[in-house]
Design a protein around this ligand. Structure first.
Ligand SMILES: Cc1cc2nc3c(=O)[nH]c(=O)nc-3n(C[C@H](O)[C@H](O)[C@H](O)COP(=O)(O)OP(=O)(O)OC[C@H]3O[C@@H](n4cnc5c(N)ncnc54)[C@H](O)[C@@H]3O)c2cc1C
Length: 403
């Protein structure tokens, strides 16, 4: 039977990084993954260029960009391993990157550069990597030593790091392994649900908008009530089943079943003033006037909803124009659901942070650690989830006991 100082289950973002850092500290590390192809989520992320961190991340105010039953939990790891630390690592490896909007950093060439960098870090730490290799059982003996029955035999270690991620995109290897293991050792879970996910709208209520599929525009989107309102200014995308685009992905992580979302479809326009001016000066149809304020496809579809809007603007009543302005700037609609894990970028919820150390990511079960997305810490769209993967992995790797 082979012995290791640490066994990392899951060779994704958090697992590979943790294994490399721990290996370079001199630990004998095994990282294993049940998939033939490791790090698939890195590979497909950010449109193939991996939005690997965000310069705007404020580790001292984690609740700004992270969702968790305890948003302060991630503060320790995030402040000890920052975006600047990860950028320095990329620079050491000569990986070229650029900033898109809102502090988001992407690889210039390909996400593959990031994966190769993580694999080189593992090599530099002498890490053993087994894949595809599933774990059939995990048990701990009276001395606190773990035994893992794997597809390649039984292995032993005092430290086991669970980095198996969340449930999103099952077809590239996502499983509930981490949650099951947490339960096996009596740890609590915050109910998982899909996050950063398109919202769906079934039934007749959606019919007026079904023809807008493919249309994108900047909006302000919000959900929640006075106690917990959340809003984003981002791009919206109409799809054939509902709404997507960064605006909707962001708000989906804050949206709860049966509650409405509100959209301002012309956030940069003063609609009442523009329509009043048009009424006084223009001979055009309302739809044509509107097309100067929102995309013309949207303007055409929108006026179909009310007979009073299908006429020249000069002939419209003040009331009808006020209603039009109100409805475009405060469009309230209740999603019937989400596209689920098959389209979600992340999983909200996970291993309850009350059962984890924020310093080391060790659980109440000594020697058992949880890092990355399997933990109840979820970031905004924009590189925050990878930064949590790097930071939690680093905190754990530093804390793993050496022999
Ligand atoms: C389409 C898409 C795009 C994304 N884009 C971005 C982005 O641009 N920026 C960003 O910050 N975040 C992005 N994310 C989110 C980001 O990919 C994840 O938050 C991050 O990969 C989580 O890292 P992790 O190591 O915890 O899990 P993962 O990277 O998912 O790794 C988990 C690993 O565990 C393995 N595994 C699972 N079950 C088992 C098992 N039973 N036994 C053995 N191994 C197992 C998996 O095969 C996988 O290799 C995106 C996600 C998706 C789906």
């Amino acid at each position: 039977m082979q012995n290791f100082d640490a066994i990392v289950i899951g060779a994704g973002a958090a697992g590979l990084f943790c294994a490399g850092v721990a290996g370079q500290r001199g630990l004998r590390v095994l990282v294993l993954d049940h998939s033939e192809k490791i790090a698939e989520k890195i590979r497909i992320s950010g449109g193939g260029r991996a939005n690997f961190t965000n310069r705007d991340l404020d580790p001292h105010a984690p609740n700004k960009h992270f969702i968790s039953a305890n948003p302060n939990f991630c503060r320790s790891a995030l402040s000890r391993y920052t975006p600047a630390d990860f950028i320095a690592l990329l620079q050491r490896h000569g990986v070229a990157f650029h900033e898109k909007h809102k502090g988001q950093l992407f690889c210039d060439r390909s996400a593959e550069d990031l994966i190769q960098m993580l694999l080189h870090e593992c090599e530099a730490g002498g890490v053993q990597r087994w894949q595809p290799c599933g774990v059939k059982a995990v048990r701990v003996d009276g001395d606190g030593v773990y035994e893992l029955d794997t597809d390649q035999g039984t292995v032993r270690s005092r430290s086991v790091v669970v980095a198996t991620g969340g449930l999103s995109i099952p077809k590239i290897g996502a499983t509930d392994f981490g949650y099951r293991l947490a339960r096996q050792f009596g740890l609590r879970l915050v109910e998982p649900r899909p996050g950063l996910v398109p919202l769906t709208f079934d039934g007749d209520g959606w019919l007026p908008y079904a023809g807008l599929s493919g249309l994108a525009l900047p909006v302000r989107i919000e959900t929640g009530d006075k106690k917990g309102r959340m809003a984003f200014n981002e791009d919206l995308l109409f799809t054939h089943r509902g709404l997507s685009g960064p605006a909707v992905l962001q708000i989906s992580s804050y949206w709860h079943d049966n509650s409405p979302i509100r959209l301002n479809l012309a956030p940069d326009a003063d609609l009442p003033a523009s329509l009043a001016r048009a009424k006084a000066t223009s001979r055009k149809l309302i739809a044509n006037e509107l097309a100067g304020l929102v995309p013309s496809r949207l303007a055409d579809a929108w006026v179909q909803q009310d007979a009073d809007w299908q006429r020249p603007v000069a002939e419209a009543s003040d009331k009808a124009l006020a209603r039009l302005a109100e409805r475009l700037s405060r469009w309230e609609i209740t999603p019937t659901g989400t596209e689920g894990y098959k389209k979600a970028e992340v999983t909200l919820g996970g291993v309850d942070t009350r059962d984890l150390s924020s310093q080391t990511l060790e659980s109440k079960q000594p020697g058992l650690y949880f890092i990355g997305e399997v933990v109840d810490v979820t970031g905004w769209l924009g590189g925050y989830n990878f930064q949590w993967a790097w930071a939690s992995a680093h905190a754990c790797a530093q804390a793993l006991p050496s022999p």
